[in-house]
Design a protein around this ligand. Structure first.
Ligand code: 5GP
Length: 116
C-alpha cells in the first residue's frame, strides 16, 4: 500500500482544514482528536507524510518519537493523568482510518476503567 498525500491530516498540517493544535514544530503537529476516547486525547502527526509506521523512514521516526514522549509527558501533566495510552494503527485490519502516520496519546486515570 502506498502513501496518498490527499488525506485529512495533510490538509490540517497545511492549514486548509481547522484543528485544535496543541503543539507544532518543524517535525510534527499535535492536535486534539475530533472524536476523543477520553478527555485530553491528542494525536501526534508528523509533517513528513508516510502511510503508517510500516513505511516510515526510521531516522525521521526517531525524531517523531522524541516528540511523542515530550507531548505525552505534557498531556499527562495537563490532564493530571496517572498514565498515557499510546496507540498507533497500521492498516485497516489494525483499525487505521486515516492513512497518514499518527500516534494517539490518551490520558488514563487509575479510577476510570478502560474498555480496551
Ligand atoms: P486511526 O483510526 O487512523 O488510528 O485514527 C484516526 C483518528 O483521527 C481518529 O481518532 C479520528 O477521530 C481522528 N480524526 C479523523 N478526522 C479528523 C479531523 O478532521 N480532525 C481531527 N482533529 N481528528 C480527526
Amino acid at each position: 500500500m502506498s502513501y496518498d498525500p490527499e488525506n485529512i491530516f495533510t490538509k490540517i498540517i497545511a492549514g486548509d482544514i481547522p484543528s485544535h493544535k496543541v503543539y507544532e514544530d518543524d517535525v510534527c503537529i499535535s492536535i486534539m482528536d475530533i472524536m476523543p476516547e477520553a478527555p485530553g486525547h491528542v494525536l501526534v502527526v508528523p509533517k513528513n507524510g508516510s502511510r503508517n509506521l510500516l513505511d516510515a523512514d526510521p531516522a525521521a521516526l526517531a525524531e517523531v518519537i522524541k516528540r511523542v514522549q515530550k507531548i505525552g509527558n505534557a498531556v499527562k501533566t495537563a490532564m493530571n493523568a496517572d498514565g498515557i495510552l499510546l496507540r498507533q494503527s497500521s492498516e485497516e485490519a489494525a483499525g487505521q482510518t486515516v492513512f497518514h502516520l499518527h500516534f494517539h496519546l490518551i490520558p488514563c486515570h487509575s479510577d476510570v476503567a478502560r474498555r480496551d
